[in-house]
Ligand binder design. Sequence first.
Ligand SMILES: C[S@@+](CC[C@H](N)C(=O)[O-])C[C@H]1O[C@@H](n2cnc3c(N)ncnc32)[C@H](O)[C@@H]1O
Length: 385
Amino acid sequence: MSSTPVEDELRRQIADHGPVSFRDLMLAALYHPRFGYYTNLRGFGPDGDFITSPERHPAFGWLLGRQVLEVWQALERPRPFRILELGAGSGALAEPLVRFLRSEGVSDLVYTLDEVSPTLRELQRRRLTDPAFRWNGVDEPANFVVANEVADALPVHRAIIKDGHLHEMLVTVDRSGELTWTVAEQPHAALDAYFQALHVLPNEGEVMDICLELENWVESIARRLERGMALVIDYTASPPRDSLLTYYRHTLGSDPFVRLGEQDISARVDLRTLVRFGIARGLKAGAVAQRGLLYNLGFPQVQAHLTGMTDREALAHLVDMNAAGGQIVAVFLLGGMPEGYKPAGAVGRDWPEPGEVPSLPPNADEADFLGQWREAFGPPDGGRG
Ligand SMILES: C[S@@+](CC[C@H](N)C(=O)[O-])C[C@H]1O[C@@H](n2cnc3c(N)ncnc32)[C@H](O)[C@@H]1O
């Protein structure tokens, strides 16, 4: 397989200074200012490498809108109501969410998008036309922070347990010129400390992927959350055992050394530790699997509304316990919410019958089938008049 500019740069670094941390490799592969994967990402789905829940179906953003609306009501309708989305991707979550809030009469709204990728920022600007959207002021306080499948893009250290301690696995070049792992002789103090706090010592020889940046990331959310809620939704591994995933053109892989800068690398998130960091910052915290979150927000109503094949398939995936529904977990972090407040996404509630739920365009086969069906069984005038 041919080399990439990111790989060439890493090889030079290894030749000049010795083995590099996997964290530095992941950082360069995803965020290199010219050749990083996210730096050049043009979208998801057919244009990208994996399909996130909001990309799969706009009802995901619509349902989260109910949770956001509930926070707006619980805070007695702050003016303006400020939402911050971290890692907003193509805007597939933001668009239906804001449309829902508008339909519910939330008029004084500021929705800030924090996005590291210049190509995706451009896509968002073209797609998101509501005046609520803006791309500056990401450090200002927010009443609602949402981060869907973003924490798994934070770079991780890789380590192995040896004699009861975590030794960092570094990246080097072997005799035949291939990138390969090498284990540091001395234990890594910060990685050891991470596991002491977790009170779980993995077995000898187990491999762990540890995000030392998670604490600062949670801290930066807590700082912005004076009164409100953060919803962090992600694939999880707690403790973070062997949790790397790669994606290239819709194919899941696990070799992070290939196609550096051209394939996605992510690490399932240690959400238990994330919750602990949130509590240490004075936030209240809770968690529920994505399936539970969506059901609590009224998923059956959406299913009842959207009966086309394309919609049904996409919706089923969102709540499939063997896929996104079970592997993704939503963490609620609450700061300054009224006493006794419990998020609807965690405990459920009776929802009013929805007026309109966003749907996917039917695919060609389905549209054809529906056309034939209507022709055969529809009213003679085509339903007009
Ligand atoms: C897997 S995608 C998820 C996109 C979107 N949230 C969704 O659910 O469709 C991760 C997104 O986070 C962005 N991202 C990654 N690291 C980031 C960072 N440190 N700050 C802001 N955005 C980041 C990426 O550019 C990408 O848009």
